[in-house]
Design a protein around this ligand. Structure first.
Ligand code: NAD
Length: 375
């Protein structure tokens, strides 16, 4: 791998984006040295930074850079207080984020939720329920299901007899076998890199989609005999996340169930600042084109103050090394360094508790330094 150049488009965006991106790049440069990699990072504006630089949330040059890169390391975009008159389709959240997802066919969303023991205080569950620490990966299908199925419309139906109009809204949940197969393969492959347990979430007791989902996932599982598969109804899955989250390793979900359960699982980690994510396109061998970003947004309330937690962005780099470049050791080095920095007592404001005797409050830069030093 050392002779290959890793081409990364780094789009920091708005708010805390540039601050946390700086720390992520700092850590990546240390990993580059330690693992004798050659990393080419090219930074480009996106979001309001793109509008300011080139009149568009996703400037043409930024999109071109992404096309020429192996993957995108993204910060976050959107500033609620900027120009409320700009049309919805031109706002950064749509014009940049959704456009990139579509452009690169990103169909698999990976959201790891890890609560280190030291941060037990940040989790809303009791210590008993946290066991030895929560460590879950939610794999969500991102381009199908109810959010995109046709027909999708709101219409007037007859029968109102001149009084109040009767309206009807229709959303369609639709999945095809190949769509389920490809996301199932992503989930099984990632389970192999973890504790080799996969819980497939569905609603097979009520939905036709659930029956097909369960059948296809079961068929795909035969190619992964080393991964233990279980099926769980989504309502029970939501409950089990609160009752016994330590039972889960990888949770595989269709689009809407994954949207809901990944946020529920995220609440267990205590802060958005701890949560990375990956959105992957088609796989080639052990590599995929990927888009890596923190789960949180631009946090305008703390932007520019050296207060943001850079861990979500730094862990996004680990996901990038693993999924876009197959560099599992380098990815693990970052994850271990994050654990070490936390174990050593470093806390940004969002994960700080005055009740911890051995912890000290640090800024964005200091947290980045501590992680870089622990690589
Ligand atoms: P937010 O995630 O930016 O902030 C919610 C809360 O979490 C805030 O109190 C914030 O300070 C805190 N927070 C978030 N990340 C943190 C970090 N790294 N360290 C410490 N604290 C952190 O959500 P919001 O306030 O609803 O949205 C602000 C803007 O971000 C909006 O314009 C929204 O559209 C945008 N947004 C963008 C993305 C994205 O680019 N993918 C995602 C979500 C929201």
């Amino acid at each position: 791998m050392s002779s290959t150049v890793l081409k990364i488009a780094a789009l920091a965006g708005d708010g805390i984006g540039p601050e946390v991106m700086r720390e992520a790049i700092k850590v990546l440069r240390v990993v580059e040295k330690k693992f004798a990699l050659t990393v080419k990072i090219t930074e480009a504006p996106v979001g309001w930074a793109g509008i300011d630089a080139a009149g568009k949330a996703l400037p043409d040059a930024t999109l071109q850079l992404c096309k020429e890169s192996d993957c995108i390391l993204f910060g976050s975009v959107g500033l609620p207080d900027r120009d409320p008159t700009i049309p919805k389709e031109e706002r950064p959240e749509r014009a940049a984020l959704l456009r990139l997802r579509k452009e690169f066919g990103l169909f698999a969303n990976l959201r790891p939720v890890k609560l280190p023991k030291e941060l037990a205080h940040a989790c809303p569950l009791s210590k008993e329920r946290q066991g030895d620490g929560i460590d879950i990966l939610v794999v969500r299908e991102l381009t199908g299901g109810m959010y995109f199925g046709q027909p999708k419309k709101t219409e007037e139906i007859s029968g109102g007899s001149g009084k109040a109009k009767i309206m009807r809204a229709i959303d369609t949940m639709v999945y095809t076998t190949p769509e389920i197969e490809r996301i199932a393969h992503v989930a099984f492959r990632t389970a192999r890199l973890r504790r080799k347990k996969l819980t497939s979430i569905d609603k097979a007791n009520v939905l036709e989609n659930g029956v097909l989902w369960r059948d296809v996932v079961t068929t795909v599982s035969r190619e992964y005999p080393d991964v233990a598969l279980e099926h769980m109804f989504v309502d029970n899955g939501a409950m089990q996340l609160m009752l016994r989250p330590t039972q889960f390793d990888v949770m595989l979900c269709e689009n809407m169930f994954g949207d809901i359960l990944s946020d529920e699982a995220a609440a267990l980690a205590g802060s958005l600042g701890m949560l990375p994510s990956a959105s992957l396109g088609a796989q080639s061998g052990d590599r995929a084109f990927g888009f890596y970003e923190p789960a949180g947004g631009t946090a305008p309330d703390i932007a520019g103050k050296n207060l943001a937690n850079p861990i979500a962005q730094i862990l996004s780099v680990a996901l990038m090394l693993r999924h876009s470049f197959g560099l599992n050791d380098a990815a693990a080095a970052i994850e271990n360094a994050v654990s070490a920095a936390i174990a050593a007592g470093n806390r940004t404001g969002d994960i700080f508790s005055a009740s911890e005797t051995n912890a000290r409050k640090v800024g964005t830069r200091e947290m980045g330094d501590a992680i870089a030093a622990a690589i």
